[in-house]
Design a protein around this ligand. Structure first.
Ligand code: ADP
Ligand code: MG
Length: 414
């Protein structure tokens, strides 16, 4: 079925075709009709499968049909997302798809002056997007009235729980009308998500797409055993082996992010980092240039990169293994968006092997191994341009000389 055949406002179809979307993705195909009917939906699908448009399209249609004129009368739809970046991204999808409709959307920022935001809210906004924490702040200050909300969306519900938003979500519920449509989107499902979902909705239709393998089929992902101290050389090699590719590198901490960046700098590779120590404006600027492809290598921590959709990331590198299989799925899901091909590789050190086993156990399958011969491993290390690394070469030379020396001695003793 094509989008043209859907019974949705023409203005939305125009925007969909401008985006170049022809057919709905699986999750869109399954979720759009029940949402249009006003049903509650709990949708579980891998990252990169088009969940955003799966709720944005029907929501714009519903609100557009109901909205009699341009007259503002309060927020009709509330979208909660785990991070500010994700909220902004959802807002931009609402704006793009709603361009030829009467629907307006707005994303609440953290860390900026509240007054203009409150003013904007009072002018009338149909769809409001923010993190649960930020929304709760505004509600408790009396700056945000949720009495007219008809549709509630929780995007990346799994991550909102991970980030400890459960209390904010529950507190917010008390301010929302009981009679409403609730939509849940998540890449993973577990008891906690189910409990939250069923505590907020009455008869959710559950839609689940390929639950068996949470990593999308179009993503090739593998793991290579690389020792902690050698990881930077392997990253350098990989980057140089894939010139002009957009590569997203995940590290465990912000300190490590900066270290990797300076290690790359030493070998003349330009990269940038995003993590929570950076100012919002800085993070946005970096994201923007990575989106546009001006920046090729982005080093990120999990929290800062959660849920972000960046077109054409060809390679994801797990420089450090993530702590959980959910994080693993999310990280590798940053590549291979919407049926494009993607590649991901994880560097696993001896210390991380246990973690790897746990991740694989939870994924329910083994991750492919990249077998690196001793020779290749050593070549990769000596491939580096890093001059501070010369001592390794010197050591090697010394070793060889010693060997020769020993041989000589042996022979002379004969
Ligand atoms: P998810 O939330 O499931 O991780 P997103 O909603 O961020 O995924 O979508 C991933 C990518 O797929 C985006 O770049 C989006 O523009 C693209 N996309 C979504 N729907 C379609 C479609 N029907 N056809 C082609 N591309 C699509
Ligand atoms: Mg999403």
């Amino acid at each position: 079925m094509k989008f043209e055949e859907y019974r949705i406002a023409e203005g939305i179809k125009t925007s969909i075709s401008k985006l170049g979307f022809k057919k709905p993705t699986d999750i869109q195909f399954k979720a759009i009709p029940p949402i249009l009917k006003g049903e509650d939906v709990l949708a579980i699908a891998q990252t990169g499968t088009g969940k955003t448009a799966a709720f944005v399209i029907p929501i714009i249609h519903i609100l557009h049909e109901r909205k009699i004129s341009g007259r503002p009368d309060g927020v009709k739809c509330l979208v909660m997302a785990p991070t500010h970046e994700l909220a902004l991204q959802i807002d931009s999808v609402f704006k793009t798809l709603g361009k030829h409709t009467r629907i307006t959307s707005f994303c609440i920022h953290g860390g900026v002056d509240q007054e203009p935001q409150i003013k904007k809210l009072n002018e009338g906004v149909d769809v409001l997007i923010a993190t649960p924490g930020r929304m709760f702040d505004l509600v408790s200050q009396g700056a945000l009235n949720l009495k007219r909300v008809e549709i509630l969306v929780l995007d990346e519900a799994d991550h909102m729980l991970d980030l400890g938003f459960i209390k904010d979500i529950n507190d917010l519920m008390r301010h929302l009308p009981k009679k409403r449509q609730t939509l849940f989107f998540s890449a993973t499902i577990n008891e906690k998500i189910k409990n939250l979902a069923y505590s907020l909705v009455t008869n959710a239709i559950r839609i689940q797409i390929s639950p068996k393998d949470p990593v999308a089929k179009n993503i090739e992902h593998a793991v290579a055993y690389v020792e902690m101290d050698d990881k930077r050389f392997f990253l350098e090699y990989l980057i140089k082996d894939h010139p002009d590719k957009k590569i997203l590198v995940f590290v465990r901490t912000k300190v490590r992010a900066e270290r990797v960046r300076s290690a790359l700098e030493r070998v003349d590779i330009e990269s940038d980092t995003i993590h929570s120590d950076k100012l919002q404006a800085e993070r946005e600027k970096t994201m923007q240039s990575f989106r546009k492809g001006e920046l090729k290598i982005l080093i990120a921590t999990d929290v800062s990169a959660r849920g972000i959709d960046i077109p054409d990331v060809e390679y994801v590198v797990n420089y450090d293994l993530p702590d959980t299989s959910e994080q693993y799925v999310h990280r590798v899901g940053r590549t291979g968006r919407a049926n494009q091909k993607g590649q991901a590789v994880s560097f696993c050190s001896t210390e991380e092997k246990e973690l790897l086993a746990e991740i694989e156990n939870n994924l329910g399958k083994e991750i492919q191994r990249i077998v690196i011969s001793k020779n290749d491993y050593e070549n990769t290390i000596s491939f580096t341009k890093d001059t501070s690394h010369d001592w390794k070469k010197l050591m090697k030379e010394a070793e060889e000389q010693e060997k020769k020396h020993k041989r000589k001695n042996k022979n002379s003793r004969r």
